[in-house]
Design a protein around this ligand. Sequence first.
Ligand code: SAH
Length: 244
Amino acid sequence: MGQVYLTGAGPGDIELLTMKAFRVVKEADVIIYDRLANPDILKEAKNGCEFVYVGKEDGRHIMPQDEINETIYQNALKYENVVRLKGGDPFVFGRGGEEAAYLYERNVGFEIIPGITSAISAPAYAGIPVTHRGVAVSFRVVTGHESPHKETSQIPWDNFKTDDTIVFLMGLHNLSKISQKLMEIGKPADYPCAVISRGTTPEQTVVVGTLSDIVEKAKGVPTPALIIVGQVVKLRKQLHWFGQ
Ligand code: SAH
């Protein structure tokens, strides 16, 4: 029976991989990976390492989660060192918890290797700090996958009236509904927000706007992308550095 490493691949820039992730990738007998994990990481694997793609795009699984869980388990029966490589951090909307629970129930040993999440690193590469003294005392990372107008929405929209930073992951396809909803709860139409696409990679694109014009401005921006809403977005004017 093997050991499974539920490993964060970081947001894109390969140098944002942790040393621990780098080590287990080098020792892996098999690497089970997503689309969001930078494929260059696989080049660090030893000769003969097997690669299993379980494509996952913007929260929509090409392979259903049950099958991914079972694939990891089957590989743990076959190999000693199994790396499950996931974009960003495995526990930030990565369903890493479900995968670990599946292994726990089957008595397979596992370790969690946290990764740098896109939720803070893509803003950092865009020159937007998620907290800033006197501007934002907290930040939230929220799923943008769910339509904000759903009756049964679990998202506490009414708590979003403050100037705390909100980062929406998996939300580009709902951008117009999200910006609409934020204006409905009372945020002004000129409230700052940005869309960051392919953050930390050479293709990073940052679109800065307001709740009322971001939809128009961000048209056609490629995924993966996140939405960041808050006064901190204004700091980009002074703090942008990447690609300079
Ligand atoms: N576990 C991942 C998030 C998985 S959900 C993490 O910690 O980063 C997938 C969503 O993450 C995407 O829909 C997008 O909103 C965001 N995302 C992932 N990589 C990104 C990147 N390089 N730039 C911008 N957003 C990214």
